[in-house]
Design a protein around this ligand. Sequence first.
Ligand SMILES: O=C(O)CCC(=O)CC(=O)O
Length: 261
Amino acid sequence: MQTISTSDITIHIRDEGPRDGRAVVLANSLGTDLRIWDALLPLLPAGLRIVRFDKRGHGLTDATPAPYSMDQLVADAEAVCDGLSLRDVTFVGLSIGGLIGQGLAARRPDLVRALVLMDTAAQIGTAQLWQDRIDTINRDGIAALAGPILERWFTPAFRDADPEFPLWRNMLTRTTVAGYAGCCAAIAGADLTESTRALTLPVLAMAGDQDGSTPPDLVRATADLCGAEFHVIPDAGHIPCVEQPAATARLLTDFLERTAP
Ligand SMILES: O=C(O)CCC(=O)CC(=O)O
């Protein structure tokens, strides 16, 4: 197992591919861990150095008490990149992972050469929405919200027929309450509109056509903010790398080719 230690937590990472390969860092969404990228990785070009990590309170990474701030989550991602001495990173962020990517690109233009925003935005939801969610899971646990969350994550076809579906439910409900609530607080406090508008690096944005968490129009508005190209992925909800890995890989591969050093 691979780890990076910060001043307060041990972060679970997976660092694959040649050490001198082009660095691609993948940051996952709320209530998920680094396994969401499993189906995508074999479809990406050979020779990449691909680094994944479980964010604070998720997967095998330590959970500190809630609330967390977006600055804290960005600092964790920065610690992963600096701890591995990565440079010229293509940072791929899904949902809250995309907020982390926007924050890191603004803070460390020396580190991030290109950004992929997957089902994310410069601001997601309202403070009230996130506070309601925090209150519910603190009172009743994540399982109480699992039904509607999974309806936003995946299309009906996937939920009804895919044998993996119950495992994604397990991943969500086994997330620590501190980690889930902590990240809800970080999203609630994050309005990255101005810093994302100021980004000048190449940005690719995409969204599942049936994403119920960050719908295509919301993602498109953030793409427009920073001059990104934008694509809709058919037959996908909030997590296209799970539901449509081939379509996601095609967009990512094409972007990597066009932004090669
Ligand atoms: O997925 C995320 O990182 C946050 C967006 C969200 O609300 C996901 C969900 O619908 O639970």
